[in-house]
Design a protein around this ligand. Structure first.
Ligand SMILES: *Cc1c(COP(=O)(O)O)cnc(C)c1O
Length: 492
């Protein structure tokens, strides 16, 4: 990071009358900028004015202040912040795609629809399900769509008493949120000490009011839910459907399939598992897959292949209708298509296994320093519960080093912090997901820095308590910084 320039606001570098272009006042007989008096604004817009070089430097320096996968290691658990091959960007930017209009007649966009159809089919193969829609804009949007499918299924059968959905206590926050938006009541099921769903706690919750159950696998603790066949049987026996949160499908790729485990509906985050840089809220894509028998409920438009080999849009009367404008985020689907083809199905399992290997490597090397509440093999991510007491000091000591202190200190060493204080099962949660794309050298330097931070905690707690020391701004009030953001230039 460029530590000397932290960037003023574009309004602060603005100088009245300064421009980055010059145009002739007249072209032929046309006077440029001539707008009818009745259409003109009565006062000038408050826009920054700057020359081109100032604008370029401004945005370049701003981007240098940002942290992304292209600048450094980003081990944000539950988010799969992995490297995205640039060829996917090149494909998504091809003019043949970017110049398409989503309302063009179907006969003029057969190639684009074929590609869309191929992704639907490929995801169905990967997931072991019958059909996919690529319409949803994000993972949470996919959850909502999938839950709407479940609701439509029950309603069509006249089974209207099913108003509740079971969600494990370790679930990603979007699960209960999407269920609530869908009008379902959330029933929480507890985890056992090994971090998986407690089947004994689940049993009494099942009944004629249960619409289904949402599960993440590997779950948010990075642990494979071994009891899925039994859980799926119990939920199905009570008349509910099984929903699979496949936002981070990396570790499962080519190894096992949600459809084979007994799931009926799922979503995948293309922007985590299948390329597309993400963060900052999008754009994303959360395709939803369903088992055979539920296809007709999927939203529109649905791309299908007709018997003569052409592609058309299917309007099904059971469909829950539109959940997005046009086809969803088509450019994200394009990136996924390029990613799927360049990786190739023979290498899907390698991506999964590497994500698992990398996570276990970090976990094993760091467990002498950090508390590991659930030991054993993890999948693509794992959760520490803060530094061990011999490094952090006991919880009763007022200046004991917390996970927040460790996360802030990591910033001084040029690493993005892992996900912290989530999941809510432990007080000092620190959730690390290295992803499959990192080299052993990068993993080693991250491990070395965390060991060094542990030693620092032991030697000089105040160094950690006051971290970060080398960032544009020091320690912020996390809540206030979100609610009351101040975009000021601070000359440090
Ligand atoms: C990221 C994530 C989601 C939500 O995806 P968005 O695209 O951010 O809406 C849901 N579940 C899990 C497990 C996730 O990691």
């Amino acid at each position: 990071m460029n530590k000397t320039y932290y960037g003023k606001l574009i309004f602060e570098v603005s100088r009245k009358g300064r421009v980055g272009y010059s145009l002739p006042a007249k072209v032929g007989s046309h006077t440029l900028g001539e707008i009818d008096a009745n259409l003109r604004r009565s006062s000038d817009l408050s826009l920054p004015e700057a020359d081109e070089q100032t604008v370029v430097r401004h945005y370049t320096n701003m981007s240098n202040n940002n942290f992304g996968v292209d600048t450094g290691f980003y081990p944000l658990g539950s988010c799969t912040m992995k490297y995205n091959p640039k060829v996917n960007e090149a494909v998504a930017a091809l003019p043949g795609f970017t110049a398409l209009h989503p309302a063009q007649p179907v006969s003029t966009v057969q190639g684009a629809l074929e590609l869309y159809y191929d992704v639907q089919r490929t995801l169905s193969e990967i997931a072991g399900l019958s059909e996919f829609t690529l319409n949803p804009f994000a993972g949470a949007h996919g959850e909502l769509t999938g839950l709407m499918v479940i609701r439509a299924y029950h309603q069509q059968r006249g089974d209207t008493a099913r108003t509740k959905i079971i969600v494990p206590d370790s679930a990603h926050g979007t699960n209960p949120a999407s269920a609530a938006v869908c009008g379902l009541q959330i029933v929480e099921v507890k985890s056992t000490a090994d971090g998986t769903v407690d089947v004994e706690d689940l049993k009494p919750l099942l009944g004629p009011d249960i619409a289904g159950m949402m599960m993440t696998n590997p779950n948010t603790l990075g642990i494979f839910e071994r009891k899925i066949p039994e859980i799926a049987r119990l939920v199905h026996e009570c008349g509910g459907l099984m929903y699979y949160d496949g936002a981070n499908l990396n570790p499962m790729l080519g190894v096992c399939r949600p459809g084979d485990m007994g799931f009926d509906v799922m979503h995948i985050n293309l922007h985590k598992t299948f390329s597309t840089p993400h963060g900052g809220g999008g754009p994303g894509s959360g395709p939803v897959g369903v088992r055979s028998g539920l296809e007709s409920f999927l939203p529109q438009p649905r791309v299908v292949k007709s018997t003569d080999g052409t592609f058309e849009l299917l309007a099904d009367e059971n469909s829950l209708g539109r959940i997005s404008s046009f086809f969803g985020n088509y450019a994200i689907v394009l990136r996924a298509y390029a990613y799927l083809l360049t990786l190739g199905c023979e290498y899907f399992p390698l991506a999964g296994k590497l994500s698992v290997l990398n996570a276990n490597y970090i976990k094993e090397r760091l467990k002498p320093y950090f508390k590991l509440p659930i030991d054993g093999l993890c999948k693509h991510e794992f959760v520490f519960d803060g530094l061990r007491d011999e490094y952090a000091g006991g919880h009763d000591e007022p200046d004991h080093v917390t996970t927040l202190d460790v996360a802030k200190r990591l910033l001084d060493y040029g690493f993005h912090a892992p996900t912290i204080y989530f999941p809510l099962l432990f007080h000092e949660a620190m959730m690390i997901e290295p992803t499959e794309t990192e080299s052993k050298e990068t993993l080693n330097s991250f491990i070395d820095v965390l060991i060094r931070i542990a030693e620092e905690a032991k030697a000089d707690r105040s160094l950690l308590k006051t971290a970060p020391h080398d960032t544009p701004v020091r320690r912020l009030d996390d809540v206030k910084a979100v609610k009351d953001a101040k975009f000021i230039y601070k000359n440090l």
